[in-house]
Design a binder for this molecule. Structure first.
Ligand code: SF4
Length: 353
């Protein structure tokens, strides 16, 4: 089996209100503890044979490179992993705005695009990032990226309460000449609207989730960019309300069976392990590496012993759709996000009994 083992060694400077990874504390996990975790995965056997034939180890799953030791940590990741460690189009915005050596280092690793997340202009981005100064850091990061020939790609989260702010954001983009400056680097400027997964902290934003009418009030420039980014031919393809998704889900006799391309074991700073199929919550926990050990964690994973994996692999989607689906809901969801929300409702209900 190929897998990644990713540990939340240092946390994140933000406390985004949509964060599916939750708002755990910022820990300082020593390297020796990460090496200890890696050895447990490398030494895990079934029938006297190593179970994993490829393992990638990463020292973060919230903000990448948030630690001041980001360079030795990257070297450690490469040293422990049995295959090439991927660099995603993610980087520390916090560090880009403060550490002048960071962008050249990213460039030296071959990074040519970095994603920046905005929730509108300053007031909304600071509020939804959970940190004063977040918007200014994003603008500084965009400048630093462009100076280092790295293209910024902007992900935007609109809510029913923030629609009007996106005209202001478009003006900021025009003032920054993002289209022109990106095209000088031989790339097209990409930006797109995204919707939060209704899990983790993001569950608390359900009352301001966008409807289709809200979406259509957003600036046409951003809507066109979003369609281009997702390669959507028409808006009806791109935007589905819960009411529109429901008939198919009510008839779906299969479980969700969501299996990520690469399975990742997310190791929290308290050594609890979660699969990258769902949120950091009790109902997805596989157990604790320190107190239960790798055998217990792998048994829970392989035999679907937590409620999250059972819901994902064993219970038909139509059960959740019948119990939680709202035929009148005009709110926009992806199919997977809507089902993940129902998993959460089911797990919370089970816990409350
Ligand atoms: S969404 Fe990302 S940047 Fe925001 S709090 Fe979560 S991990 Fe940090």
């Amino acid at each position: 089996m190929k897998a990644a083992v990713i540990m939340d060694m240092f946390g994140c400077p933000n406390r985004c209100r949509h964060c599916w990874l939750g708002h755990g504390k910022n820990a300082h996990i020593p390297e020796k503890d990460f090496i200890w975790v890696s050895e447990h995965y490398k030494n895990y056997k079934q029938n006297n044979e190593p179970f994993f034939n490829e393992l990638i180890f990463m020292t973060w799953y919230r903000e990448p490179d948030f630690s001041g030791s980001y360079r030795p940590l990257w070297e450690l990741e490469k040293q422990l992993s049995t295959v090439k460690v991927p660099r995603y189009e993610l980087a520390s915005v916090w560090r880009l705005a403060r550490d002048e050596d960071y962008a050249p280092w990213l460039k030296s690793l071959g990074v040519d695009c970095v994603q920046i997340t905005l929730f509108g202009t300053e007031r909304n981005t600071d509020y939804f990032s959970g940190r004063k100064g977040a918007f200014r850091d994003c603008l500084s990061a965009i400048e630093v990226l462009l100076l280092n020939d790295i293209v910024p790609r902007v992900q935007m989260f609109p809510f029913s309460t923030t629609v009007d702010d996106f005209e202001n954001l478009q003006r900021v983009f025009i003032d920054l000449k993002l289209e022109e400056r990106t095209s000088h680097l031989g790339k097209e400027f990409a930006c797109f609207f995204n919707s939060p997964t209704p899990t983790g902290a993001g569950y608390n934003l359900e009352n301001i989730r966008m409807s289709k009418d809200d979406f259509l009030r957003l600036p046409p420039y951003f809507i066109e960019k979003t369609m281009k980014y997702f390669k959507a031919y028409d808006l009806d393809n791109l935007l589905k309300t819960e009411a529109e998704l429901l008939p198919e889900l009510l008839a779906d006799n299969s479980p969700l069976n969501d299996t990520p391309e690469v399975t990742a074991f997310m190791v929290a700073s308290d050594f609890n392990v979660y699969p990258n199929y769902g949120e950091i919550a009790d109902w997805w926990s596989l157990g604790n590496l320190k107190t239960g050990g790798i055998e217990l964690v792998m048994d829970a994973f392989l035999n679907h012993k937590n409620p999250g994996l059972k819901m994902n692999y064993e219970i038909p989607v139509k059960y959740f759709a019948g119990k939680y689906g709202d035929k009148k809901s005009a709110k926009l969801y992806t199919r997977g996000d809507l089902i993940q929300k129902w998993f959460r409702l089911e797990a919370m209900g089970v816990q409350e009994e």
